[in-house]
Ligand binder design. Structure first.
Ligand code: ADE
Ligand code: ZN
Length: 333
């Protein structure tokens, strides 16, 4: 039985760095990692909060140095994602995390683009690239990053906002998002994972985002939920990430089902699959089990993923993907 076709819309490419590849790249690039091996490194994956995740996430990036490294990273993700039914992926990357280490933005973008440009042919996956700004850095740094990306915008569909949310409201990036819009870029932002519902409103009203990444805490604000339903704003939810970063206690406590029942356009994604215990197919499986979702709810999640994507309404492949979801036959289990 082939896996349910789906799009992945919330995936940090740096978060797909598996311990094995990290050690391979460390050896190739002469980078010393403070772990004795992959087993030892895996022990560091028990996070207590968002900061403990970031500490490891940024530390391991030190192994990514050349365009080939980024190509290999992206190609490994695309192969895994395709095997789990991903037909379309909109992929985040964090240029500032690399430029701060002396890796030029062109190396990052061209390395990733080399894998993405071949993804359709090699893996049967269509792709787009979304450049994220690190919200715990300054708005000036984000603007300089947008400026540095200008020669590479033919590879980039949109901008996003990630890293430590609390204390770094969307409004801080008002000018950067206005500049991105004037360059014809699409706009998304992480909001409402750690930050309050007010950050979701700001992302919509001040940044003009088309999709909200996470958006979990919208559930604390019924009026906001009504608005998100009315305006059909997609929320890219990442249940395994929410458990591992302690936004919810267990998967059984996750509000995904309540969000669907409220009529929200929710999608299910993996966020940082190497760190949070599963790729998107694993995540679909886990939420189905934990929340007791039925087949039609799983189909709805898959449908939502294509509906919420940046694929144009008149793109034939959008229709093809949706047809593949509608005609998908679930196996016996
Ligand atoms: N960057 C990578 N993963 C992230 C997450 N889970 N939240 C915020 N920023 C991130
Ligand atoms: Zn994320």
């Amino acid at each position: 039985m082939p896996p349910l076709p789906k799009a992945e819309l919330h995936l940090h490419i740096e978060g797909t760095l598996e311990p094995e590849l990290a050690f391979d790249l460390a050896a190739r690039n002469g980078v010393a990692l403070p772990y004795t091996g992959t087993e030892d490194l895996r022990k560091a994956y028990l996070f207590t909060d968002l900061q403990s995740f970031f500490d490891l996430y940024y530390e391991l990036m030190a192994v990514l140095r050349t365009a080939e490294d980024f190509t290999e990273l992206a190609d490994a993700y695309l192969a895994r994602a395709a095997a789990q039914g991903v037909r379309h992926a909109e992929i985040f990357f964090d240029p500032q995390a690399h430029t701060a280490r002396g890796v030029p933005i062109g190396t990052v973008v061209e390395g990733l683009a080399h894998a993405l440009d071949r993804a359709d042919e090699r893996h049967g996956v269509s792709t787009q690239l979304i450049m994220c700004f690190l919200r715990d850095r300054s708005a000036d740094s984000a603007m300089a990053t947008l400026d540095a990306a200008k020669p590479y915008l033919h590879h980039i569909s949109g901008v996003g906002l990630d890293s430590a949310e609390a204390g770094n409201p969307p409004a801080k990036f008002r000018e950067v998002y206005a500049a991105a819009e004037s360059l014809g870029l699409r706009k998304v932002a992480h909001a409402g994972a750690e930050g309050p519902p007010a950050y979701i409103r700001e992302a919509l009203d001040i940044l003009g985002v088309e999709r909200v990444d996470h958006g979990l805490r919208a559930m604390e604000d019924p009026e906001l939920v009504q608005r998100l339903v009315r305006e059909r704003v997609p929320l890219t939810v990442c249940p395994l990430s929410n458990v591992r970063l302690r936004a919810v206690d267990t998967l059984e406590d996750h509000p995904l089902r309540a969000m669907m029942d409220a009529g929200l356009l929710v999608t299910v994604n993996s966020d940082d699959p190497a760190y949070f215990g599963g790729y998107v197919g694993d995540t679909f499986h886990a939420v189905r089990e934990a929340l007791g979702l039925d087949r039609e709810q799983m189909r709805q999640l898959a449908r939502n993923s294509f509906e919420a994507s940046f694929l144009d309404h008149d793109e034939p492949r959008r229709r093809r993907y949706l047809d593949a979801v509608d005609t998908y036959e679930f196996g016996g289990s």
